[in-house]
Design a protein around this ligand. Structure first.
Ligand code: SAM
Length: 300
């Protein structure tokens, strides 16, 4: 296939049709390794050897959309075509797992809310800054905004909550603040009624909460994006590192260290740990949850 004949938008005339019609191709070990390494360098997501079929399936779909016949051609397209970067964005959307829901792992969030409340009671007047990194469709960031609202932390206190994700499509969903019942499966009816407006099958989040969160497109393994993310009181990066290699986690965690304020904290998902990755953070364990605090540079 000559790249010049590829549809400039990268979108098939009918994606749904392609989805059912495309044939999954066999990915050789060589092709698998170079493409998996390219994806890994780009965003930290690492496909273990056992995931060769999964990757083949996802790549085959994009190749069918672009009418590209071989994996090597597709790899070259990603690397050298002027639409390569845009294609990477489409591919990433198919590679990431966007699973999330409101009030997920709330013990940890309650702990964070109490911590911010204490800081406020101790007289802190600086705005609190929180980053939900790998925010997906926004449920995590919005949950925190709801919990802070319920705890009265917004009174006389500015709180900036930013949701960041590499997947542009999912960020559009986050910005729309429109959810299905599936996203609300752990939200009690009282909260659903108070904070959402039901419209048919959809639930629209109340503006008062929507306006408290802004969304940013960014790749957490790229340092540039963190030039505007500084002095954070908390970074939530939950259920993201499970898809990363240790080397990529290490790189991301170093960036988080620099982006956090001196007494800032890092919240990972319950199955994620830094114990074999770095000693730049110390685990602070509480009854039902834990988070990481920065180790003083002089102690490292
Ligand atoms: C499983 S979701 C987690 C959502 C939410 N944090 C939670 O725990 O419910 C993982 C999210 O991480 C995002 N992600 C993966 N790699 C990323 C990267 N390099 N930079 C930013 N976001 C990334 C994915 O797009 C996806 O939306």
């Amino acid at each position: 296939m000559n790249f010049n004949t590829i549809n400039e938008t990268g979108a098939a005339p009918n994606e749904a049709e392609t989805e059912t019609a495309y044939k999954e191709k066999a990915l050789s070990e060589f092709e698998f390794r170079i493409i998996r390494d390219y994806i890994h360098d780009y965003c930290g997501i690492f496909f273990e050897d056992a995931k060769i079929q999964t990757l083949a399936m996802r790549l085959s779909f994009r190749m069918a959309v672009l009418d590209i016949g071989s994996f090597l051609e597709y790899y070259n397209y990603l690397k050298f075509h002027h639409r390569g970067e845009a294609e990477m964005a489409d591919l990433i959307s198919r590679l990431t797992n966007n699973e999330t829901y409101f009030f997920r792992e709330t013990n940890q969030l309650s702990l964070l809310v109490s911590r911010l409340k204490e800081k406020k009671q101790a007289g802190s007047i600086a705005p609190f800054r929180i980053l939900s990194c790998g925010c997906s469709s926004g449920e995590e960031a919005y949950t925190l905004a709801i919990m802070l609202d319920e705890a009265g932390v917004y009174d006389q206190c500015k709180i900036e909550i930013t949701g960041m994700d590499i997947d542009q499509k999912i960020l559009q969903k986050a910005e729309s603040a429109e959810f299905t019942a599936y996203s609300l499966r752990s939200t009690d009816s009282e909260r659903t009624e108070r904070y959402f407006l039901k419209n048919g099958e959809k639930y629209l989040l109340d503006e008062s909460i929507r306006n408290r969160v802004r969304f940013l497109h960014g790749n957490l393994v790229e340092h540039d994006i963190f030039e505007e993310i500084k002095d954070m009181d908390a970074i939530l990066c939950r259920n993201v590192f499970i898809y990363f290699s240790d080397a990529a986690i290490c790189r991301a965690v170093e960036t988080f260290y620099n982006a956090l304020a001196r007494d800032g904290c890092l919240l990972l998902g319950h199955s994620e740990s830094l114990s074999r990755i770095t000693d730049m953070f110390i685990a602070e364990r509480h009854k039902n949850a834990m988070f990481y605090v920065k180790r003083e540079i002089r102690d490292v």
